[in-house]
Design a protein around this ligand. Structure first.
Ligand SMILES: Nc1ncnc2c1ncn2[C@@H]1O[C@H](COP(=O)(O)OP(=O)(O)OP(=O)(O)O)[C@@H](O)[C@H]1O
Ligand SMILES: [Mg+2]
Length: 359
């Protein structure tokens, strides 16, 4: 069942005579109990879109339906009741700095109409959930970034929401702290059954926790589906760019100038299919030599995408046929330009020269 339905949602801003169509005719459904992700480059409209779910941003077109109820026009007490169902956390934590951790959560309980007699117990419960029982009387300024984000999660859960919206909740944190926050959010999702909508530009976060993902560009959702499918077989240029940027071409820079002549090819496989058998078969059948320069496996949930960068050396028609055979027997194939590769290696990132062709 869909707990969130966005139907043809648009948000247009007017700013000093200028019109910005931040979100354009977006339709998507989020199922109850899933972790749904939104990825895209800066300015794509991710935050604006997610803020329509609790009407922090009112759509200028389309409908927002929560639990089967059209909420687009809600006001006053009805809107406040809706917002109790939907928690929100941000990159910047947004804690009140001049009161304690306990008070920060107490304010949320009070705003949500929780009876005063239950505050103490509920605060203790929430802080235990996020692993900060001993910080109840601390001030936010004395906490680390990860601890601040835990407090803001506790606060967002104060009124037992059904949905938690997270806007770049881990972007300000280091890798290890991010890992802890993601594990906490996964636990909240599975143990409390809270549906999570999570915005990020970090693909390692996306691949780690999203069940499904939508890719946004220029106000539009350009692609959506199961996370592994979207990232293993990116169709839209934006998704391809995001995946490329993440996976990169990691030929060791010092290797590039000294590589012997030949064609440098990036091969990909999906799931458990290995590439070694096809490589040795092609080398044998066409008398070419194939050297592996780099190998990488990335896991999306429990599924793998493997990448091999190989140098194919040979000449004439056998070489052409060998490359054709590889191209038609692997999941992803592209030839890399040597000149670009050394520039990319210096810049520490990958560059594409040929289109991504699938077998
Ligand atoms: N209140 C506003 N008034 C005018 N324009 C706005 C407003 N909020 C957002 N925009 C514009 O809408 C577009 C989408 O912004 P949004 O913040 O949703 O992008 P985003 O995908 O979340 O980007 P980022 O990854 O940088 O957070 C941008 O062009 C932005 O400048
Ligand atoms: Mg944003």
């Amino acid at each position: 069942m869909s707990v969130i339905e966005l139907k043809d949602v648009s948000v247009t801003f007017h700013e000093g005579g200028r019109t910005v169509e931040a979100v354009r005719n977006v339709s998507l459904n989020v199922d109850k109990g899933e972790i749904f992700g939104i990825v895209g480059f800066s300015g794509a409209g991710k935050s604006t879109l997610v803020r329509t779910i609790n009407l922090l941003e009112r759509p200028t077109g389309g409908r927002v339906v929560i639990d089967g109820m059209d909420i687009t026009g809600l006001k006053g007490a009805d809107l406040r009741a809706l917002r109790k169902k939907i928690g929100f956390i941000f990159q910047g934590f947004n804690l009140i700095t001049n009161v304690t951790v306990g008070k920060n959560i107490e304010f949320a309980l009070k705003a949500g109409g929780c009876p005063k007699a239950q505050w103490r117990e509920r605060i203790r419960e929430l802080l235990a959930l996020v692993g900060l029982e001993n910080k109840i009387d601390s001030y936010p300024s004395s906490l680390s970034g990860g601890q601040k984000q835990r407090v803001s999660i506790a606060r967002a859960l104060a009124n037992k929401p059904e949905i938690l919206l997270c806007d770049e909740a881990t972007s300000a944190l280091d890798l290890e702290t991010t890992e802890g926050i993601l594990a906490l959010l996964q636990r909240i999702n599975s143990e409390l059954g809270i549906t999570i909508v999570f915005i990020t530009h970090q693909l390692d976060v996306a691949k780690r926790i999203f069940d499904r993902v939508a890719v946004m560009e220029n106000g539009v959702v350009v692609e959506q589906g199961a996370t592994f499918d979207v990232f293993s077989t990116p169709k839209h240029a934006t998704t391809k760019a995001l995946v490329e940027r993440y996976l990169g071409i990691a030929v060791p820079p010092q290797l590039v100038p000294s590589l012997p002549a030949g064609t440098i090819v990036e091969l990909r496989y999906k799931g458990s299919t290995a590439l070694e058998p096809i490589i040795s078969q092609v080398a044998q059948d066409y008398g070419v030599s194939i050297n592996v320069l780099h190998a990488n496996v990335e896991y999306f949930g429990s599924q793998a995408i493997g990448i091999l960068i190989v140098l194919v050396t040979g000449a004439g028609e056998p070489l052409v046929q060998a490359l054709h055979r590889l191209k038609t027997h692997v999941f992803g194939y592209r030839e890399l330009d040597r000149g670009m590769l050394s520039v990319a290696a210096e810049a520490g990132q990958g560059t594409e020269t040929a289109g991504n062709e699938e077998a």
